[in-house]
Design a protein around this ligand. Structure first.
Ligand code: ASP
Length: 277
C-alpha cells in the first residue's frame, strides 16, 4: 500500500484491521473476556500529521473497532465510550459481530474456576504463553508514508478478566500517540502504561530533540525502575524504527520498504533496540 503512495493513516487502519481479524491477537476477533464474560474492545487512531487522536473505549459486537476510531477522526467528539460507541455502531449500520473465539472462552472458564486470581489474561509478558495460540496481545501499528506523514493505531480486548468499566490505555495518548516527529504504540499492563504516559512520553522527547532510540532507552529505563510491565514500538520522521520492553517479550515486526525484520529472537535483558533510518 505504502509503495503505491497510500497515506500513513490508510496503511495503519488496514494493518490494524488485518490484525484485529486474526484470532491469535487480543483485538477484534480473539479478544479476551472481561470478568463478567463479556468482550469489550478499545481502539485508537492518531494522525501525526494533523496531530489528531480519535478512539473508542469498551465497545462490543463489532468486527473492527479501529473503523470506529477512523470515523471519529472527522467528528467533533472524537473519543466515545461504551454507550456512545454502541450508538455510533447503530448509526453507521455496521453489522453485528461476535468476536468471541473458543480458546478465549476456555481461558475465561478456567480462570473463573480459579476465581480470577491471575493479574491479566495471556496477552504479553509471559514467555510460556507465546507458544500458546491464545498468548498474543494487543495490536499496534506505526507507519511513516512516502510523504513523510506518521500515523499510529492500537487496538485491544483489554487485559482480560478486568472489572466492568475498566478503561484501557490503548484508547488514550498514553498507549497510542503521534506527531509529525514520531509515533508510538504500546502494549502491556494498561495501568503501568498510563502511569508512565508512555507513548506520549517517548514522542514528546523526540519532539524536544532527543533521538528516537535514546527517547526509547530513557523511557524504558524509567519504566523498569518503576517496575512496569510493558512494551512499545515506534518510528520517527527520518524512518528510524525502535522498540522497547520491560516485559519478558515483545512480539514486533517491521518493514522498511526494503527489509523485513522482527523481535522474535529478542530474549535477552536489553530494554530497547532500533534500526537506523
Ligand atoms: N494494554 C492493554 C490493556 O491494558 C493490554 C495489552 O496490551 O495486552 O488494556
Amino acid at each position: 500500500m505504502l509503495l503505491t503512495e497510500a497515506s500513513a493513516v490508510e496503511a495503519v487502519i488496514k494493518a490494524c484491521e488485518l490484525l484485529e481479524d486474526d484470532p491469535r491477537f487480543n483485538a477484534g476477533t480473539g479478544s479476551v473476556l472481561q470478568s463478567d464474560g463479556q468482550i469489550r474492545m478499545s481502539a485508537s487512531l492518531m494522525d501525526g500529521d494533523r496531530q489528531r487522536f480519535s478512539g473508542v473505549i469498551n465497545v462490543s459486537r463489532i468486527k473492527n473497532p479501529i473503523n470506529l476510531a477512523q470515523f471519529l477522526q472527522s467528528s467533533d467528539d472524537r473519543i466515545l465510550s461504551d454507550y456512545g460507541a454502541m450508538e455510533l455502531v447503530r448509526e453507521l449500520a455496521l453489522p453485528q459481530y461476535d468476536p468471541l473465539t473458543e480458546i478465549r472462552l476456555m481461558e475465561w472458564m478456567q480462570e473463573r474456576r480459579g476465581d480470577f486470581s491471575r493479574e491479566m489474561a495471556g496477552v504479553i509478558a509471559e514467555k510460556e504463553l507465546v507458544e500458546d495460540t491464545a498468548g498474543r496481545g494487543t495490536v499496534g501499528v506505526v507507519v511513516l508514508d512516502t510523504a513523510g506523514r506518521i500515523a499510529a493505531a492500537t487496538s485491544t480486548g483489554g487485559k482480560g478478566f478486568e472489572r466492568i468499566g475498566r478503561v484501557s490505555d490503548s484508547a488514550m495518548p498514553a498507549g497510542n500517540y503521534a506527531t509529525a516527529a514520531a509515533g508510538v504504540s504500546c502494549t502491556g499492563i494498561g495501568e503501568d502504561i498510563i502511569n508512565e504516559c508512555l507513548a506520549a512520553r517517548i514522542v514528546v522527547r523526540v519532539v524536544d530533540g532527543i533521538p528516537l532510540p535514546k527517547a526509547f532507552a530513557r523511557s524504558m529505563q524509567e519504566a523498569q525502575q518503576n517496575r512496569c510491565d510493558l512494551g512499545a514500538i515506534g518510528l520517527d520522521a527520518a524512518g528510524t524504527i525502535a522498540w522497547g520492553k520491560t516485559s519478558e517479550i515483545l512480539l514486533a515486526a517491521y518493514h522498511t520498504g526494503d527489509t523485513i525484520g522482527d523481535t522474535l529472537e529478542w530474549e535477552d535483558e536489553t530494554l530497547t533496540g532500533y534500526l537506523p533510518s
